[in-house]
Design a protein. Structure first.
Length: 187
């Protein structure tokens, strides 16, 4: 008979996600995960297979946590103003929680850019492609823009979003707000 888990899997994944978000995948040890999650290695391996499996569950947890923000962004009808609000919304937590900085997906994107973990690369790529599609949809609300301009602006905004997430790790709220405002001067 299988033993009943003495922990809530969603809660321990949330704790692992915050640790991975703060430290990155490579710098997060199994010992750190045990401590943060409050469970032993056996339980981690039993529930998630390995550190990589736990990391993938952490990415799913993050996506679930930001899904309401993404849905609100997707449903907006104000074009570029929706994108600008999305930028502000995406860094808001950086100034509420002193330990979590940047975007977990962007941090992962930067850490795994040279890595060969195809599953993680695919997860990150799909997330970024979805955001780019939303940027394109918002930019298309201005019918005076050509498709070429829309694509260039969507590419620019995706890179600006990466830069924003990286900057949010170290810059002040005022610097971040200035960055956002300047990013939208020519869009």
């Amino acid at each position: 008979m299988a033993r009943k888990k003495a922990y809530n899997e969603d809660e321990v994944v949330e704790k692992a996600m915050r640790l991975f978000w703060r430290n990155g995948y490579q710098a997060t040890s199994m010992q750190m995960l045990e401590t943060a999650m409050g469970i032993n290695k056996f339980s981690i391996y039993s529930s998630f297979g390995n550190k990589n499996g736990l990391f993938l569950e952490s990415l799913k947890c993050y996506k679930k946590n930001v899904s309401s923000m993404l849905q609100a962004f997707d449903k907006g009808t104000n074009g570029v103003e929706d994108i600008k609000q999305f930028f502000y919304d995406s860094v808001r937590s950086n100034f509420n929680d002193g330990q979590i900085k940047g975007c977990f997906v962007t941090n992962t994107y930067n850490e795994f850019s040279e890595d060969e973990d195809l599953v993680i690369k695919e997860q990150i790529g799909n997330f970024m492609d979805n955001i780019k599609k939303m940027f394109i949809n918002k930019l298309q609300m201005n019918s005076s823009k050509s498709e070429e301009t829309i694509l260039k602006q969507a590419n620019y905004l995706l890179l600006a979003k990466h830069g924003l997430a990286a900057a949010a790790r170290v810059n002040t709220q005022k610097e971040i707000e200035d960055y956002i405002e300047m990013s939208f001067k020519n869009i």
